[in-house]
Design a protein around this ligand. Structure first.
Ligand SMILES: Nc1ncnc2c1ncn2[C@@H]1O[C@H](COP(=O)(O)OP(=O)(O)O)[C@@H](O)[C@H]1O
Ligand SMILES: [Mg+2]
Length: 226
């Protein structure tokens, strides 16, 4: 089986001098293609930093990260942006929905960026909303939704362009138990039926049952168990 992600000895420090924070202190991690990888660990352990580097949103200070066969260090910023737009779906911890757009217009962003016609993109967005139990919310603005509903819209946006790699930062944090399990089943199903690789950062112990592998981060290092 090919590896979707091979990270070696990743280091990342924020800031400089006495205010600096060493977020990652030499992290190596391999994720096989077509698996659901959980990343767990306490707040501040470096989870978001690590997945941001994997997704090409942040750059590591040192070490290397190969994603879907592309070494992120060997491509220009422009190529990285294109690569990410085509191949990676990212669910941000804070959702990052665009408040001035309807929810379906948020979901179609990655589709439009990949050259899908607007009409077709909207159809796809509506189908995703229905799948996520939000079929009756078409036309609404993010501010008209609950936190849990917004989170599902953000997940739909991360999946819309059928990326090969999906990275979710705390995907169930705003969801009740039932909805959270439903969403995880849906994500797990995608991993099983298509060849996508899914990386999920979570605090939520209820999610561990869905994982093929679990890694624990603590204070910027992979540890045996937190
Ligand atoms: N933009 C930033 N500037 C400065 N420090 C940051 C920044 N982002 C994260 N950190 C710090 O880096 C460490 C790891 O953060 P993060 O990757 O967000 O951890 P987690 O997602 O596990 O909570 C924490 O100490 C955090 O305060
Ligand atoms: Mg985080």
């Amino acid at each position: 089986m090919e590896d979707a992600i091979v990270c070696k000895d990743i280091m990342k420090t924020y800031g400089e001098g006495s205010n600096s924070v060493q977020a990652l202190r030499g992290v190596s991690l391999t994720v096989p293609s077509g698996t659901l990888q959980l990343l767990m660990g306490p707040s501040g352990s470096g989870k978001t930093t690590l997945i941001s580097i994997m997704a090409g949103i942040l750059t590591a200070d040192s070490g290397s990260c190969s994603v879907l066969g592309t070494n992120l260090k060997e491509v220009s910023d422009k190529e990285k942006t294109q690569f990410r737009g085509k191949n990676i779906g990212f669910l941000f911890q804070a959702f990052n929905l665009i408040p001035s757009l309807t929810i379906e217009d948020n979901i179609i962003i990655p589709l439009l960026l990949n050259g899908v016609a607007r009409k077709e993109a909207i159809e796809r967005a509506k189908a995703l909303l229905a799948e996520f139990g939000l079929g009756d919310k078409v036309g609404k603005m993010p501010s008209e939704l609950s936190g849990g509903q917004e989170q599902r819209v953000a997940i739909a946006r991360a999946l819309a362009h059928t990326p090969q790699l999906i990275v979710c930062d705390e995907p169930t944090s705003f969801l009740d138990h039932h909805t959270g399990m439903k969403i995880m089943e849906l994500l797990q199903n995608m991993v099983k039926t298509s060849k996508v690789t899914l990386i999920v950062v979570t605090h939520d112990p209820r999610i561990t049952q869905f994982a093929d592998n679990i890694k624990y981060l603590d204070d910027g290092l992979i540890v045996e168990k937190s």
